[in-house]
Ligand binder design. Structure first.
Ligand code: KG4
Ligand code: ZN
Length: 339
């Protein structure tokens, strides 16, 4: 199978062998545009699309070469491509490339929900995840608790009402002049900071539902910095990062545990770009152990956007589809695609 992902600022392709012994990633190429968007403090959709167009054929050639694919038509059985949610202009580049391949070679093709892709990044660990499984998907665009009762059977039980948690990391990094993306640098600095130095809010931690809100936490950091600067009080960025990270992760942990208990889950799965966060990985795995739940988190290289996860999702999704549903005419982009 060939996986293709262009929903945001990574042009990614992967070749996946889905056989009796599970999944074998033969190649996983990710070309990141992060440096270009860093100048603007975030991803600019049309620039992302332009870069995808520039890079996509190179990424394609590399992915096939690394996987040792010599004859596309006879060796590839299925193309899985992200069709949403994401940035419209960026998604269209991957989709158009995939459709053209499917048309030219008469290949089967399937459109994949990017979030479903993140969920299936956990199947690259060997699978065997028990149901019902609760997925905490945390990225730059999403903060979702998705109950998975079986393959393809999803229910959103909680989500953010405003900013995503990764977005909060990115905004705090911007306030502290730490560049973009914020998650890796904020979490690195937090390691040498005091998480109890500043009392920051834990929005909605006491609400009875499983929804999140992160815009208030970001604003609290903004006011804290204004106050410290106005009073000319010296501060360490490390302490701000640690206090922010603690508050942001606390809410994730409490809500996830409460939802897991309510729905009597058997497994807890973490995914999305923020799942690269060390503290979140450690604390969430403890919660799973404490509650007797199976726990899974993606390998680091499958935490941020990649096409291997899209290919795995494509494998499971394609099992339910007819040949006609797997034709190039039937795949459409949907920037706001939901579950
Ligand atoms: O899944 P992803 O690559 O793209 C989206 O679909 O959004 O996630 C990117 C997000 C960014 O907001 C980035 O700051 C965050 O993941 N991130 C982290 C860490 N590494 C990446 N957030 C917290 N801690 C990290 N170590
Ligand atoms: Zn993502």
């Amino acid at each position: 199978m060939l996986g293709i992902e262009t929903s945001c600022d990574e042009t990614a392709m992967a070749v996946l062998d889905a056989g009796k012994n599970g999944f074998n990633v033969l190649s996983n190429v990710v070309s990141s545009q992060v440096k270009m968007h860093a100048k603007f403090g975030g991803v600019v959709p049309n620039l992302a699309a332009r870069e995808h167009v520039k890079n996509i054929s190179h990424v394609f050639n590399l992915a096939l070469k690394e996987a040792g694919i010599k004859n596309f038509q006879s060796e590839i059985d299925l193309i899985a491509v992200t069709r949403g949610p994401g940035l419209g202009p960026a998604l269209l580049v991957g989709l158009m490339f995939a459709k053209t391949l499917a048309w030219k070679y008469g290949e089967k093709i399937i459109g994949i929900n990017h979030l479903e892709g993140h969920i299936y990044s956990n199947w690259l660990n060997g699978g065997n995840i028990k149901f019902p499984a609760l997925n905490l998907i945390v990225s730059g665009g999403h903060t979702e608790l998705v109950l998975m009762k079986n393959y393809g059977k999803y229910e959103i039980v909680g989500e953010t009402l405003d900013d995503a948690v990764g977005e909060a990391f990115d905004k705090v990094a911007r306030l502290l002049d730490l560049g973009y993306p914020g998650g890796p640098v904020v979490s690195k600095m937090a390691e040498s900071g005091d998480p109890a130095k500043y009392a920051l809010p834990r929005p909605m931690i006491k609400s009875k539902d499983f929804n999140f809100s992160y815009s208030g936490l970001k604003t609290a950091v903004l006011y804290l910095l204004k106050d410290l600067n106005a009073k000319k009080i010296k501060f360490r960025k490390e302490d701000i990062c640690a206090s922010f990270q603690n508050a942001a992760i606390d809410v994730l942990l409490q809500k996830t545990q409460a939802a897991g208990r309510k729905y009597s889950i058997k497994a807890l799965c973490l995914s999305g770009g923020v799942s690269a966060n060390k503290m979140l990985r450690e604390k969430l795995s403890h919660i799973a152990v404490k509650n007797g739940w199976q726990y899974s988190q993606p390998e680091m290289r499958y935490t941020t956007d990649n096409a291997a996860m899209i290919a795995v999702a494509g494998y499971f999704e394609s099992l339910k589809k007819t040949k006609r549903q797997l034709s190039w005419q039937s795949v459409e982009m949907d920037a706001n695609l939901g579950f």
